[in-house]
Design a protein around this ligand. Structure first.
Ligand code: NAI
Length: 340
């Protein structure tokens, strides 16, 4: 099998090349992102392997169908960047890595929460400049406060396990709740703590002192954080998003920041991250005014989609993607097929 690998970064080669060789697969690495303009580069290959900011829209999929590509291998969990309906219509299987290290993302989300709350990012910059003043760096105890978690799938649950040690009241929202928590099962209480309960989204927005986003980007969750929801939030609320940028309406978020609603915001994703995140833009004038604005707020930490980026997660992503390639080759055991 020959795989056209798009949006390649040096670390991708390190993890994917040896594993592909072991299976006798050949990978052609392209730095270009996959989209309708670049899809043709996969000519002569059997599969395309893409990442979060590649765009497998209807046009791109039609092109690879013409080229005889057997399937799309997503080296990530989210699949909002693939037109699944068209893929189905064209009979192009799309396989993903549904879970690689939920802990990696959950730990990172917790890191962002602690950092924005205690202003560690500002303290770091100050002491680098020999400014040892702590004026303006006061945070709050998380213990005794309320945290809202939106999305209680694999990463949400990993986050819940971590937050258990913080002695917080935990409000959950998910249209598909964990039955054990709803039923008050002993095992669920042991795993997630006794201060955990599902509420409706409005209650979560109104009562939470901190909110962490762990739901996928769908038509229901697009801009779930917007002016209306922000106006329900407590003044000083902490917000963390490690899921997908478009869960948040950026202009409304900036308005909320200007109105001093937020105590702190930790973002690992941004709705217009495509073309900027994962790239070195330090010699380029950034033209996205919202991105510039977000970067200028002292109570915002913005990182470029690195919550997944641990050795364990990279190894798992490469392993499962190569397994997906194998199942694509044999046409059997397509267990990581995206079905939506
Ligand atoms: P998952 O599929 O295990 O869990 C997602 C949960 O969200 C499910 O329980 C689902 O019922 C729930 N959900 C669906 N619609 C919802 C809605 N309208 N409101 C609230 N909850 C809703 O997915 P997992 O592995 O926990 O990942 C979550 C998201 O994290 C992914 O979709 C992806 O966008 C993001 N992610 C970000 C990474 C990063 O590096 N920043 C890395 C990996 C994933």
């Amino acid at each position: 099998m020959k795989i056209a690998f798009f949006d390649t970064k040096p670390y991708d080669k390190i993890w994917f090349e040896p594993m592909a060789k072991q299976e006798g697969f050949e990978i052609v690495f392209f730095e270009e992102k996959f989209n309708a303009n670049t899809a043709v580069m996969s000519k002569g290959c059997d599969a395309v392997c893409i990442f979060v900011n590649d765009k497998a829209d209807d046009k791109a999929l039609e092109i690879i169908k013409e080229l005889g590509i057997k399937g799309v291998l997503l080296r990530c969990a989210g699949f909002n960047n693939v037109d699944i309906k068209t893929a189905k219509k064209l009979d192009i299987p799309v396989l993903r890595v549904p879970s690689y290290s939920p802990r990696a993302v959950a730990e990172y989300a917790l890191g962002l929460l602690l950092a924005v709350n205690r202003k560690i990012h500002r303290a770091y910059v100050r002491t680098r400049d020999f400014n040892y003043s702590i004026n303006g760096l006061m945070g709050t105890d998380l213990s005794g406060k309320t945290i809202g978690i939106i999305g209680t799938g694999k990463i949400g649950q990993a986050f819940m396990s971590l937050i258990k040690g913080f002695d917080m009241e935990v409000l959950l929202y998910d249209p598909y709740p964990i039955k054990g928590i709803v039923d008050g099962d002993k095992d669920a209480l042991i795993q997630f703590g006794t201060n955990v309960k599902y509420v409706d989204l409005d209650t979560l927005f109104c009562k939470a002192d901190a909110i962490s986003m762990h739901c996928p980007l769908t038509k229901d969750t697009y801009h779930i954080i917007n002016r209306e929801s922000i106006n329900k939030m407590k003044k000083g609320v902490l917000l963390v998003n490690t899921s997908r940028g478009a869960l948040i309406d950026t202009s409304d978020l900036i308005e909320g920041l200007r109105n001093d609603i937020f105590g702190g915001i930790g973002l690992d994703v941004y709705e217009e991250e495509d073309g900027v995140f994962f790239e070195d833009m330090s010699n380029v004038n950034i033209k996205d005014m919202d991105l510039l604005s977000l970067t200028s707020f002292r109570n915002v930490i913005l990182t470029s989609h690195q919550a997944f980026f641990t050795k364990e997660a990279m190894s798992e992503i490469a392993k499962i993607t190569i397994e997906n390639a194998k199942s694509l080759e044999t046409g059997s055991n397509l267990k990581n097929l995206v079905l939506e």
